[in-house]
Write a protein that binds this ligand. Structure first.
Ligand code: BTN
Length: 229
């Protein structure tokens, strides 16, 4: 893996779109001025308060692309679990603790490359996160001690490891399922502005969430899914 460290950038994902094709390139920024989340959202990216990192892989097969967000979600989870066992996954690729989001993944598939952007909230205070749409937290806010460099070192190893598994078609979605408390529960789904309820049965081999809705099976490629309380 080749590493690039930047003091400031618009977005580490955008940076990787601009550079010449280079498989296995990893870019880390101290601060992002235009940090992006999924579905056009903004990702809070203040200097020194989070880990903002993107990886580039190429060439990319359908198998790698379709399961990448789940596999790299497990990669990030494994890193965070070395700090505290209570972290869990929310399909398709968010990491939560105590009902609050701490990390998100933004996969972007271009014709010749896959960019995986990962953000982990490190030093934000509760106040700094309070205005976000989704309840969010940070390692600092959860009082979990950490070392940023060691998180990055572990993350690179885990990402390399899961990329190899994807390449060998050896990533098993069960690894995601067993760390995702949605599975087996009654869930509420918001998909393209429509809301419906169902039971999350599991994740299929394409990475879709399988939900039983009024006796019928629906496979979700994306969507906002939460446990019905
Ligand atoms: C999400 O949960 O909505 C995805 C968040 C992804 C944030 C990371 S931070 C590094 C990389 N650069 C970006 O602009 N976004 C991703």
């Amino acid at each position: 893996m080749k590493l690039i460290f930047l003091e400031e950038v618009d977005s580490t994902n955008e940076y990787l779109k601009r550079v010449e094709f280079c498989h296995g390139l990893c870019v880390v920024a101290e601060k992002q001025t235009g940090g992006k989340g999924r579905r056009g959202k903004k990702w809070i990216s203040e200097k020194g308060k989070g880990l903002y990192v993107s990886f580039m892989f190429s060439p990319i097969s359908y198998q790698i692309a379709s399961l990448s967000s789940l596999a790299f979600g497990v990669a990030v989870l494994n890193v965070l679990k070395t700090l505290d066992k209570r972290f869990y996954l929310k399909w398709p690729n968010d990491i939560y603790i105590n009902g609050k989001k701490i990390s998100g993944i933004l996969p972007e598939l271009l014709s010749d490359r896959l960019i995986i952007g990962i953000g982990i909230n490190l030093n934000y205070t509760r106040d700094e996160l309070s205005s976000l749409e989704v309840p969010a937290t940070s390692l600092f806010a959860e009082k979990i001690p950490f070392d940023k460099h060691s998180i990055l070192d572990k993350l690179i190893l885990e990402v390399e490891n899961y990329y190899e598994l994807l390449k060998k078609k050896a990533f098993n979605v069960k690894e995601f399922e067993k760390n995702c408390p949605l599975i087996g529960k009654e869930v509420s789904v918001i998909e393209e502005h429509k809301q419906f309820n169902g039971i999350a049965l599991g994740i299929d081999t394409n990475g879709c969430l399988v939900v039983e809705v009024e006796g019928k099976i629906r496979r979700l490629f994306s969507g906002n899914v939460s446990i019905r309380l």
